[in-house]
Design a binder for this molecule. Structure first.
Ligand code: SAM
Length: 210
């Protein structure tokens, strides 16, 4: 699957304001296997890939037998590439691109008539360009999902913020998986060809009503 994802097309004109970079293929596979194999949260699930970009996480979920994947991104040009990528793998009946700002995206009940269990898998902006970008993604995911996987910078302040923020939604951190993302040179100001970034992959769960 790593080779297959490496062959997908990435951003043609990445937008720094949207913190666009394409996840490396190995990391996409590791994260999706973490969710799908360790926790059985992909097969037969409705997957939301919030900030889907050019679609590597969405495609990996489709290959792990997700029922449907809704790939949401604000950038129409990124979704055009995602569409090309899913067409190349014949995944048009499983992966559905949706162009929306995450803050305005709503999942109506009639989009999920079969009552599928909803897993969100996302690699959101870290909030480097726009301070609150990461929290809008978390808030949206908590409002519409049963379980959430999300990648964030490994940093004590970020962890502290997330630990407090989840409580507002009556969610909890279930698992933290320390990981190294390999970021390929995307912007002119990137000096190295690739750079390893320390991140945490979080698994969040809704707290049981007491
Ligand atoms: C770090 S990139 C991740 C792309 C892709 N998921 C991947 O892992 O390769 C973050 C993505 O979030 C999208 N994005 C940023 N702000 C957004 C917003 N307000 N609503 C929806 N998508 C947004 C960007 O266009 C970008 O594709």
């Amino acid at each position: 699957m790593i080779t297959l994802l490496q062959q997908t097309e990435g951003f043609s004109n990445p937008n720094i304001k949207l913190e666009q970079y394409c996840i490396d293929a190995k990391s996409a596979v590791d994260i999706v296997f973490f969710a799908g194999v360790e926790f059985n949260d992909i097969k037969n699930r409705l997957i939301l890939d919030l900030g889907a970009g050019t679609g590597r996480l969405s495609i990996a979920c489709a290959y792990l037998q997700a029922n449907y994947v809704l790939s949401v991104d604000i950038d129409f040009s990124a979704l055009k590439i995602l569409k090309k990528n899913i067409r190349n793998y014949g995944l048009e009946a499983i992966v559905f691109p949706i162009c929306s700002d995450i803050n305005h995206f709503e999942l109506l009940r009639n989009v999920n008539p079969d009552g599928f269990y909803i897993t969100t898998i996302m690699n959101p902006p870290f909030g480097v360009q726009k301070k609150t970008a990461d929290r809008s993604f978390l808030a949206k995911a908590f409002n519409i999902s049963h379980v959430v996987y999300s990648i964030h910078l490994a940093n004590p302040n970020v962890h502290q913020f997330i630990s407090t923020y989840v409580k507002k939604f009556n969610w909890a951190i279930d698992y933290v998986f320390p990981y190294h993302l390999k970021l390929a040179k995307t912007y002119k100001f990137h000096k190295q060809k690739t750079k390893s970034i320390n991140v945490n992959i979080y698994r969040f769960k809704r707290k049981k009503e007491s």
